[in-house]
Write a protein that binds this ligand. Structure first.
Ligand code: TXA
Ligand code: MG
Length: 323
């Protein structure tokens, strides 16, 4: 495995060729780093599952370069989904749509829906475009972490997580820190109205404001599986405990306005919500790098991106030894 820092156009072309040849390429997106494979190549996609240690029935998001590729992968696309795509792509939003014949069981985990996203990151977009120029149709990419672990927002974190599981010709493209820092919003567009399955950078308020409707926020039907819904997700090795001040020797994450309790290890002091989201996963990882056994996090308050932060931290928090 090779790490390519600030890849040139030529190096991105080589990475696209590696994908076309069936290798894995981890790449930066504005949300988190993804572990990419040719979404039409069953063998390459199966390596994503084995490298991540991910159960085979958890569907993958296919990354495309623009809305023009949408009907290759999806069918019966509702008008509101087209409007959302036009408004928020490229961006931190994944649409769940009825799948086309191209989207096979090995991508969708056997479901009849497909997740699609156009990321807003220059290296990611250039990689997808070059891949399409080679005849590729889309890049399947989950977050580039071990199943259940914290998503990586730097190339170094990808290497730490997956480096020893990657093969010689696999690549990691290093494009610096991810800007948003939490995974994309997932919006189910298979019903008459959209509903948000996973909150992210395109927030409930943004979608409601744009569509002039009130949305379903809770997943009312359990027919669609999103891996973020199982237990023990987004978890570092340390126990994450929410809304308690830390004791000496414990890690502490809170907005900058909240002082560090005496003797604690401050892992992050964001000045605003965007900074909180951007740095949260790296802060949790730093707690593990320092071998802390407990990290206390004071959740931020508010709406918008706060929903995504709370969602991930609630899932990452310690639920007791019996879990
Ligand atoms: O921001 C992101 O979305 C990142 C970057 C790399 O694009 N990707 C990402 O992928 O977070 P992953 O696999 O770690 O999380 C995607 C979530 C999973 O919970 C998966 O179950 C759900 O999306 N998902 C994917 N396809 C789906 C589908 N057809 N129906 C329902 N859920 C789906
Ligand atoms: Mg993930």
């Amino acid at each position: 495995m090779e790490i390519v820092s600030n890849p040139t156009h030529g190096q991105i072309k080589n990475a696209a060729k590696a994908l076309k040849d069936g290798h894995l390429v981890a790449f930066p997106t504005e949300t988190v780093y993804g572990l990419g494979a040719d979404a039409t190549n069953a063998k390459a996609v199966s390596r994503i599952y084995s490298v991540k240690g991910r159960p085979i029935d958890h569907p993958l998001i296919v990354h495309i370069s623009s809305i023009n590729q949408l009907d290759k992968w999806a069918s019966d696309i509702p008008d509101y989904a087209i409007s959302l795509a036009k408004e928020f792509w490229p961006g931190p939003m994944t649409l769940i749509l009825k799948r086309s014949e191209l989207a096979q069981d090995f991508i969708t985990g056997g479901q009849h829906n497909i997740g699609l996203r156009v990321p807003n990151q220059p290296i990611a977009l250039s990689l997808i475009r070059e891949f399409e120029l080679l005849g590729g149709l889309g890049i399947a990419a989950p977050s580039a972490n071990k199943f259940g672990a914290v998503s990586p927002t730097t190339a170094g974190a990808v290497e730490e997580e997956l480096g020893s599981f990657l093969e010689l010709e696999d690549l990691i493209l290093d494009g610096g820190s991810s800007e948003v820092g939490v995974e994309s919003s997932i919006i189910d567009c298979t019903m008459s109205k959209p509903s948000i399955l996973r909150p992210g950078g395109v927030t409930l308020e943004m979608v409601e404001e744009f569509m002039k409707v009130k949305l379903h926020t809770k997943l009312s039907l359990n027919t669609i599986k999103t891996s973020g819904q199982s237990h023990n997700h987004y978890t570092p090795k340390a126990r994450v405990i929410l809304n308690l001040l830390s004791e000496p020797g414990e890690g502490f994450i809170a907005m900058a306005s909240i002082p560090t309790p005496k003797g604690s290890v401050r892992l992050s002091s964001p000045k605003n919500i965007a900074e909180f989201a951007q740095g949260i996963y790296e802060a949790l990882r730093n707690g593990d790098r320092k071998n802390l056994s407990v990290i206390k996090v004071i959740l931020p308050e508010g709406i918008g991106l706060v929903d995504a932060i709370k969602d991930r931290l609630n899932k990452s928090s310690w639920k007791g030894d019996t879990n």
